[in-house]
Structure formats: C-alpha cells, structure tokens
Design a protein around this ligand. Structure first.
Ligand code: CA
Length: 450
C-alpha cells in the first residue's frame, strides 16, 4: 500500500489554474494517465497526464527533456503509443514520473523545465483517446455480495448466493478484443434467447440489454507462469484503476450461461474510461476490507492478511446516469439511476490478483481485471438494471422525462462517473465512461437473420 507523501497534500495547487477549481476531477494530486492524440490529426498516439482541463503531452515532454534520471526513463516509456512498457517498469518508475511532474506543475515552480512543460499542454477538449495499453487479457470478477444476492434472487429465488461466493473471488476469462474506449459506437447485439414459457429458443436482437457499473484495474508488473503472487505482494502489481461498463445481453446470457459461464451475453462490448488513476493517487482513499461477522466464512489463509484487512478497500464514489433521446431533445439533465461506493465490495483488488494467480496463471503488464458489478447494500445502490428492475418485473422511472425502463432502449446513453472525496484530502476524479446505444440492426445482423 502506498504511504501518503507530499504529492497528496490537500493544500497543493498548480499553476494550471483549471486544476484548482472546486470539483475538478484532475487536480495536481491526481495526475492520471491516458493515451491520446489531437482530434482529427494523424499524429502518433502517446501517453498523457491530466491536469485540470489540460493534458501534459508526454511525447513532447520527453522530447523537451523535462525530467532526468529514473523520471526520464519512465517518461520515455510513458510516451509510447501504449503504456505496457511503462507498466512493466514497476512502482519506482510510476512514482518517479508522478513525483517529477508534480514538482514541475506545482504553483511557484520555475526554471527552464517548467517553461518547457508549459509548451507541452494540450486542451483536453481537443484530443481523442486510444486504449491506454495493449490489453492481451481481460478477466471479469464477480465480487459484490449485494450484486450476487440481487441477481441470484432473479435466477435462484430460494438460494441466491452460490456456495463458493464467500470463499473465493469468482471470475470468468472475458474477451480482450472487444474492450473499447468510452465513446465508441456500438449496436444492440443479436443472439439466441429462450423466452419465458417457450419450447424453443429464438434468434434476434437482445431484448434485455443492460449495463454493469464496474471498476477496472490494470496490471503493472506481471508474474511468471507457475509463480503465484502472494497477497502481501499483490498491490505492487496493480498500476491503477478506471471505470468499466460490462455491457450485458441478459436474455442471451441467462440462456447460454449454464454450465460454462457467460459467452455472447458479454463478449460484444466492454467499455472503459480513458484515464487510469494510479494506486498512489488513490492512497488517501484506502479503507478497511468489508467486515465478515460470524457466522460468515473467514477467508482462507492465502487470501487473508492484516494489511488487506486494514486498508484493502478503496472508497470510490460511483454514479450511473441514463440520458434518453427525450432528455437530449428537451435539453434535460440525464437521470441518475444509481449511486454507491466501491468500498462495499466483498473481495479486494489484492485478493483478486492473488486468486487469479494462485494456480500459477501468469498476469502480464496491461492485463485488465474487472471488479464485477458494484452494488451497495440498499436498493438504490444497485449497479445494473436487472437488479433495479428486479429482473425486468418492475420498471424504474427516469427523472426529468418520467419515461420508464426495465432495460435499455435504443438511443439511450449510459454514463458512469467516479470520484473520491473526504475531509482532509484533495478530491480526485476518474472522469466519465459514456456510451450511446445506437439502433439495433446492422448489415451483418441482416445477413445472419436470413
Ligand atoms: Ca460483469
């Protein structure tokens, strides 16, 4: 776990004035990384660090030679079109880049390197993002006990929680190729579903399209095949976190899922927010792991240690909003449909890394791990529509327009937001993961339907 240092000081401000505005997601204490280029350009993608409404162009900063020593080495790797080499360099390099940029961006900093950095700023309004790393592997966990109970009630009303849930962080290996950047266009998927009471399945457009509010986290340094990561070392392998929407076709998923788990119900699109907030930036917001009062099972020894119990959780505030076509047409604010915190998650990210590797599986720099849907203890904290609508039986009403939804409709835009705030620490944010659901039928679907 990262200890607090001067880069977390709540009184620190930047000469980039927008970074000091109340409610800004990207103050000098955050400094998250993304990969970007100027909108409409054919420039090479390169790493960038958010500060206020600007991005520090790490390619330009590298060329200007604003950092030296380990900081320069880290900057060179982070200026590449994907952050994998930077992630592989490990915590000392990540720290050198953060601390080097912090010192240059601080109010009152001066000298030729500060002047050079000033010329490396690009407005965030003028950039496009690429995925921050080449993601070779994507694994999605299922670690919210509230989500597991809510969804379990839909599938197994008498026995919602599976017997393994409280003993290990459950996951499935997802599809890395369909992980996309926030904002990427996508369509309602087609597939096979078994309607209630029907004798045979039907093929067609998904009728129960859902979002899942999740966080993703990127593996920094990997582990060798056959060499598990002990719980006490797991945090050092995690670079940082982002927002993740695991789009889900519930009708396809519930028909296909037994006995091997999700397939087409999940593999058509998973979107992530552009900025990776580092574990060092999140250090002020670490909280104890969720308590497990008797008679709940206690974790087996390999998933248990004092550090994880004391500070394995992360208190990230999360919201989901839906903006319908009517909201847009009438100029209304999107309807917030869920609000919770990641602090309620039953298993910690360190426990997820250890469970993933305990059999010898090798994680690689840039691998993406999803936390699973994040639902809190109360009904309004549910992180998916299948929970909010009780399996599609109780429609929810969208604030503003009064429209109702059991699942998503074409034209809806879903936005996830995340931030951390508490007295005595600087507020930091994740920005947004936003995606618009276009019309269902594509030419490719039409060919399959013949
Ligand atoms: Ca999921």
């Amino acid at each position: 776990m990262t200890e607090l240092n001067h880069t977390h000081s709540p009184s620190a401000t930047s000469w980039v004035a927008s970074a000091n505005a109340a409610g800004c997601d990207f103050p000098i204490q955050n400094l998250p990384l993304a990969v970007f280029r100027r909108t409409g350009s054919h420039e090479a993608f390169r790493g960038g660090v958010a500060i206020g409404d600007q991005v520090v162009d790490l390619g330009a900063a590298r060329a200007a030679g604003v950092l030296s020593g380990l900081g320069a080495q880290a900057l060179a790797a982070a200026a590449e079109p994907a952050l994998n080499h930077f992630l592989a360099e490990g915590p000392s390099a990540w720290r050198a880049l953060r601390h080097g940029l912090f010192d240059l961006l601080l109010t009152g900093a001066s000298g030729p390197n500060v002047d050079a950095l000033r010329a490396c700023l690009v407005p965030q309004a003028d950039i496009d993002f690429s995925l921050p790393a080449t993601i070779a592997n994507y694994t999605d966990f299922y670690t919210s006990i509230h989500h597991a109970r809510n969804v379990g009630k839909v599938i197994r009303p008498d026995d919602p929680l599976t017997p393994n849930f409280q003993w290990l962080p459950i996951a499935y290996h997802g599809r890395a190729s369909s992980v996309v950047m926030s904002g990427t266009a996508f369509h309602r998927p087609h597939g096979q579903a078994m309607p209630p009471g029907a004798k045979a399945p039907v093929y067609g457009a998904c009728a129960r399209l859902d979002y899942e509010l999740e966080m993703g986290f990127f593996i920094g340094t990997g582990n060798a095949l056959g060499e598990p990561v002990p719980l006490g070392e797991a945090e050092a392998h995690i670079f940082g976190m982002c927002l993740l929407n695991d789009w889900s076709a519930r009708d396809h998923q519930f028909w296909e899922m037994n006995p091997l788990g999700p397939f087409l119900g999940k593999n058509f699109c998973t979107s992530i927010s552009p900025w990776i907030v580092t574990m060092e930036a999140l250090a002020p917001y670490r909280v104890p792991a969720v308590e497990r009062p008797a008679p709940e099972p206690q974790p087996l020894a390999y998933l248990d240690n004092a550090g994880n119990n004391a500070a394995g959780g992360v208190d990230v505030q999360l919201t989901v909003s839906i903006e319908s076509a009517q909201h847009r047409a009438r100029g209304l604010s999107p309807a917030e449909v869920s609000r919770t915190s990641f602090r309620h998650q039953y298993w910690t990210i360190a426990q997820m890394v250890t469970q993933h590797t305990v059999g010898g599986c090798n994680l690689q720099p840039g691998d993406l791990l999803g936390t699973g849907t994040i639902s809190g203890p109360t009904p309004s904290e549910a992180g998916a529509m299948v929970e909010l609508s009780r399996g599609g039986t109780q429609a929810i009403t969208l604030a503003g327009t009064g429209e109702t939804r059991t699942f998503l409709q074409d034209g809806d835009t879903v936005a996830l937001r995340g931030w951390c705030e508490k007295p005595g620490a600087a507020r930091i944010g994740f920005g947004e993961c936003r995606q618009h659901l276009a019309t269902a039928f594509t030419k490719a679907n039409a060919r399959c339907a013949r």
